[in-house]
Design a protein around this ligand. Structure first.
Ligand SMILES: Nc1ncnc2c1ncn2[C@@H]1O[C@H](COP(=O)(O)OP(=O)(O)O)[C@@H](O)[C@H]1O
Ligand SMILES: [Mg+2]
Length: 490
């Protein structure tokens, strides 16, 4: 074979034959494919609008809730401090979206109708994100840019001239000091603060939850005690708390003293029904897909499936819509039909399983692992003729103890174990049922949730439990901290 000099700039030597063979195909292929992709990519117009991070300006199915919330909060523009609002609802019922939407409108209205004697400031805090204690909540409020400006004494606000109330260094001060700052800054700015405490149950200690509500609400009476504001400006300074929770008993858990000081309105967000889900998806389709790409039957199928499988949690519906679009895209199909959605459901299931498992505490994960693994490996035979894909609770605990030993964890007591079983049932990772006839004694039969196979669960959990030791340490720390909070409740 003759070796000719076809050395290019990169200095790679090859024969003439070889040179012909490759002919730069590597890049040609890639670019061709990309070219095709670009040409056929007529599916998504703006893909990020299918995600559940995006909050559209229209919220189908939540028009009344938006109106109700706005109507309570409108008192702020009349010079009164609106009632506190508790919003209840399971995840994916639009609580966060409604608050953010209404806050946004409120800010816009405020800007367009500026009156000198009233300044409404909305502050959204998701308690799960760095606001899991009383201290952090107050800190997050004070960190608000506009409040800081007013505190600095030289903001554009004509009411807010004077000495500096507080600066950047807040962390480390006593919480009483923080409340004092907040009171001063609200007073100086003549501010009606609309404070959203989203996912308020993420505040870990019950005593902290109590104190947050008690102290913030009490501040309203302190602020208006001298009634100087009221007479002079016909306007009340103060705070309204809009909190969300999926715990229907949240309020009952507050100290009676706190509860009685709260003037309040409750709002309940029901799960979305099929027509509402369809409407939400239709609107999203208009924003995210090219016209005519997504068939109506595909939307109906997705809405029906998510209602049935995920109790109408809209986040899954959006996720499914996106996955289905991606499937059509990959296959080079011009349309998203119910076929793509059907295929998307399987991907969605695996996705969800991952999501759920990732959120579990370590021992919940071990319990799940112990059950799924024992069933998968057919470790116990007592139910084999009655229910081959399930085990008895005693067997499950035994298997849990064994797994703990392997992993090097101390098993929790039977009481905790039962708690974990219930938690796992709630998110449908496990299915529990009472034993009927045919089994001696009254015991619980445990199987893996209906959407997953034991094998799938074992694989996912193993990956998480053994895949990354650093992850393990992180989780342990979180769990420890969470436990500190729960221990208090018992
Ligand atoms: N009525 C609705 N219309 C359109 N999109 C919605 C609606 N409700 C929820 N969503 C979408 O679903 C996502 C999750 O809803 P979210 O408001 O966070 O629910 P929750 O706070 O009750 O868990 C939102 O970010 C938004 O993208
Ligand atoms: Mg939310």
């Amino acid at each position: 074979m003759k070796v000719t000099d076809v050395t290019g700039d990169a200095g790679v030597k090859e024969t003439e034959e070889e040179s012909k063979e490759t002919d730069g195909n590597l890049f040609k292929d890639i670019l061709n494919i990309r070219h095709n992709e670009l040409n056929n990519n007529k599916i998504f117009k703006d893909k990020k609008k299918t995600t559940s991070d995006y909050i559209p300006s229209k919220l189908p199915g939540r028009e009344n809730e938006c109106n109700d919330l706005a109507s309570v909060l409108s008192d702020a523009f009349r010079g009164d401090i609106p009632m506190n609002i508790f919003i209840y609802g399971t995840p994916g019922t639009g609580k966060t979206s409604v608050i953010k939407r209404v806050f946004d409108e409120m800010e816009k209205f405020q800007r367009a109708n500026k009156k000198s004697n009233v300044e409404v400031i909305t502050k959204y805090i998701n308690c799960r994100e760095k606001a899991t204690s009383e201290y952090q909540v107050v800190l997050r409020i004070l960190e608000d840019g506009r409040l800081k400006n007013i505190a600095s004494g030289d903001s554009g606000n004509p009411n807010a001239q004077g000495n500096k109330i507080y600066g950047d260094k807040l962390d480390g001060l006593a919480v009483e000091k923080l409340y004092e700052f907040l009171e001063k800054v609200l007073k100086r700015g003549k501010i009606a603060l609309m404070l959203a405490l989203d996912e308020v149950d993420a505040i870990k200690k019950n005593s902290d939850k109590d104190r947050v509500f008690y102290n913030l609400v009490r501040m309203n009476s302190d602020l208006n005690d001298d009634s100087e504001n009221r007479e002079e400006y016909n306007f009340n300074t103060g705070i309204t708390i809009i909190s969300t929770t999926n715990d229907m008993k949240f309020k009952e858990k507050l100290d009676p003293r706190t509860r009685s000081s709260l003037s309040k309105k409750d709002m309940f967000f029901e799960r979305y029904d099929v027509p509402q889900l369809e409407k939400i998806l239709e609107e999203r389709v208009k924003l995210a897909f090219y016209e005519g790409v997504v068939e109506k039957s595909a939307i109906s199928f997705a809405a029906g499936y998510v209602k049935k499988t995920y109790d109408g949690d809209v986040r899954y519906a959006l996720n499914l819509l996106q996955i289905s679009g991606e499937i059509a895209e990959k296959k080079g199909k011009p349309k998203v039909t119910y076929e793509e959605v059907k295929k998307g459901c399987d991907v969605l299931n695996v996705d969800t399983l991952n999501e759920w498992i990732k959120r579990l505490y370590r021992h919940q994960m071990i319990v799940l692992y112990a059950v799924a693994d024992a069933i998968f490996k057919k470790k116990y035979k007592r139910l084999i003729d009655i229910q081959p894909d399930a085990i008895l609770s005693g067997e499950a605990y035994e298997s849990y103890e064994e797994k703990c030993k392997i992993i090097g964890e101390k098993p929790k007591t039977m009481r905790w174990f039962r708690e974990y079983l219930n938690d796992l049932q709630k998110c449908e990772l496990l299915a529990l049922s009472e034993s009927g006839k045919g089994i001696r004694g009254n015991t619980t039969i445990i199987g893996v949730g209906k959407y997953y196979t034991p094998k799938e669960v074992v694989e996912k959990v193993e990956k998480l439990l053994f895949g990354d030791e650093i992850q393990k340490e992180k989780e342990e720390k979180i769990e420890e901290k969470q436990k500190e909070g729960t221990e208090e409740k018992i």
